[in-house]
Write a protein that binds this ligand. Structure first.
Ligand SMILES: [Zn+2]
Ligand SMILES: [Zn+2]
Length: 201
């Protein structure tokens, strides 16, 4: 409790006034001076809080319609602008897509497709395999001639670039061999009079 004439907070401090709200006596240190009067610290804080809350409530309520229109209107106009911009660019986008498609088809028309390019090595391998089979067929023919007791027909040869075959005679053994089996990726192709089936390794 405050002594008469002394501050509510400071018993040794002479009061210079009273809180306009709660009436406690206040020294100069404890007085909060405002435009509308003097308050104690507690009442001043409460008053300021109340003013702040009121101001916030006003800014939320009164301009609430303003806030909404300010926020939504640009959003609407912005998306509308985006749609308008999209519609403006749509023919260009379509043209780019069409031209891109034409360009791509022209590219694939002018250039062999990657699939065809990838196919050629396997086709080459296939052709090589076919050439080897035909070559072995020639040697089988030579082997059959020798097995039948005939002289091998040395004019028979595999398709170019294969050269003429080599005939070797070792006592009773006849052997016809390819001079360049590397053409077929082989080390040797030959047939003897002992077996009509050609040997290819
Ligand atoms: Zn007060
Ligand atoms: Zn005081």
């Amino acid at each position: 409790m405050s002594q008469p004439g002394f501050c509510f907070n400071h018993p040794g401090g002479r009061a210079i006034g009273a809180c306009m709200n709660c009436g406690v006596l206040l020294c100069g240190m404890c007085s909060r001076f405002a435009e509308d009067g003097t308050r104690c610290e507690r009442c001043s804080d409460a008053h300021e809080n109340a003013q702040l809350v009121r101001a916030q409530a006003e800014s939320l309520n009164k301009p609430a319609s303003n806030v909404i229109t300010k926020v939504t209107t640009p959003e609407i106009s912005e998306s509308a602008e985006n749609v308008a911009a999209f519609l403006t660019w749509l023919p260009w986008i379509a043209m780019v897509l069409v031209l891109g498609g034409i360009g791509t088809s022209l590219y694939f028309y002018a250039n062999p497709s990657p699939v065809a390019v990838q196919e050629s090595p396997s086709r080459a391998r296939e052709e090589a395999a076919t050439a080897l089979l035909q070559c072995l067929q020639v040697f089988r023919q030579l082997g059959e001639q020798m097995a039948a007791g005939q002289e091998p027909d040395m004019s028979l040869r595999c398709a170019p670039p294969s050269g003429p075959n080599r005939l070797e005679r070792d006592e009773d053994t006849l052997r016809v061999s390819h001079t360049d089996p590397q053409l077929y990726g082989l080390e040797t192709i030959f047939v003897t009079n002992l077996d009509p089936e050609p040997v290819s390794e």
